[in-house]
Design a protein around this ligand. Structure first.
Ligand SMILES: [Zn+2]
Length: 330
């Protein structure tokens, strides 16, 4: 199944498993939800590999890992992606633009795109955005779930949720456009979303967010936000995390039916051009009926039964994201 999935946290696990010797890490065959072998066998177009920056406290408590400074962690994650592709040049290649993805597709290789989740390591300095760009980062989630130099995260607390971008955040977003690094609003506050929509001229993305009208979690997007995203020619990626699909208390399972409900809603509100994939594999809890990156064909057949054409499914699964890359990434 041709897919271009905009978010996974696979690199974090690879860093933690290989903290003693990063040079040994290889993304080829892993026991999580994403690896190069399965991507290649499934016929994937590409995968966005996020450098997700865990909160300092969660290294030990949540992951049983040694604490790492952000700069060391970022370098390790970037190295793992680079060396994994070098070790498997027959099936995978790096991509820094839509043209790279097209070239890799023609060669039958999976495109690996480096992104970053949480702009905290930017530390309020444009030169750090440039440094991460030079490292290969082509999309940045401005925030994760905490306040940083860009602004505030999504939250139940209206003081955070309504807070727009900081002055530096606005400057940073301008600069990212100049560089060709996509602005990702997933995890961002509603106020921050509005500022991004005001500032960004072309497309921006929500790499892994669903519809708040279907599942009332603050991580999801409101209908008016989906429409704004559509006006910008942007795309939002379907996130398979159980509460973002079905916000019923205690839900720990993501059904294909639930995924289809979000896709139908987003397509109705914002058009077929606005829907993409953002699995969040290796970063989510519970169980998923689409259990790993090799199983998107199950979603495709469910969509087919709902009347989506093959062309529609191609747009959702990879073409919309490739379009956004062509317009906003360089
Ligand atoms: Zn996330």
């Amino acid at each position: 199944m041709r897919t271009l999935d905009m978010h996974c946290d696979t690199l974090m696990h690879a860093v933690f498993r290989n903290q003693n010797d990063i040079s040994r890490a290889d993304l080829f065959s892993l026991d999580g939800q994403v690896d190069l072998k399965r991507l290649s066998e499934a016929g994937a177009v590409g995968e966005f590999f996020a450098i997700y920056l865990p909160p300092a406290t969660s290294f030990i408590t949540q992951w049983g890992a040694e604490f790492m400074e952000d700069e060391d962690y970022i370098a390790a994650a970037a190295q793992i992606l680079a060396q994994s592709v070098e070790k498997h040049p027959d099936i995978a290649a790096r991509a820094f633009s839509a043209a790279d993805v097209e070239k890799n597709m023609a060669a039958g290789k999976v495109s690996c795109i480096l992104t970053m989740e949480d702009g905290r390591a930017v530390l309020g300095k444009l030169e750090n955005i440039k440094r991460f760009y030079d490292l290969g980062v082509r999309a940045l989630s401005l925030t994760h779930n905490f306040v940083n130099c860009f602004g505030c995260p999504h939250s139940d607390d209206p003081r955070l949720m309504e807070h727009g971008l900081n002055p530096f955040g606005k400057e940073g977003v301008e600069y990212m456009q100049e560089l060709g690094m996509l602005v990702d609003v997933s995890h961002l506050s509603d106020g921050g979303f509005s500022d991004v929509a005001d500032i960004v001229k072309g497309p921006f993305i929500a790499t892994h967010s669903n519809a708040r009208a279907v599942a009332g979690h603050t991580r999801n997007l409101r209908d008016d936000q989906l429409k704004l995203l559509a006006e910008h020619g942007g795309v939002t990626g379907l996130n398979l995390c159980p509460p973002f699909i079905d916000f019923t208390e205690g839900n720990t399972h993501t059904s294909i039916e639930g995924c289809v409900a979000h896709i139908k809603h987003i397509v109705n509100v914002a058009g077929i051009e606005t829907m993409g994939l953002g699995s969040d594999f290796d970063g989510i809890f519970g169980t998923q009926e689409i259990a790993d990156v090799s199983q998107f064909d199950r979603l495709a057949s469910a969509l087919g039964k709902e009347g989506f054409s093959d062309g529609d499914i191609e747009k959702i699964f990879w073409k919309n994201t490739l379009r956004v890359m062509r317009e906003g990434m360089k």
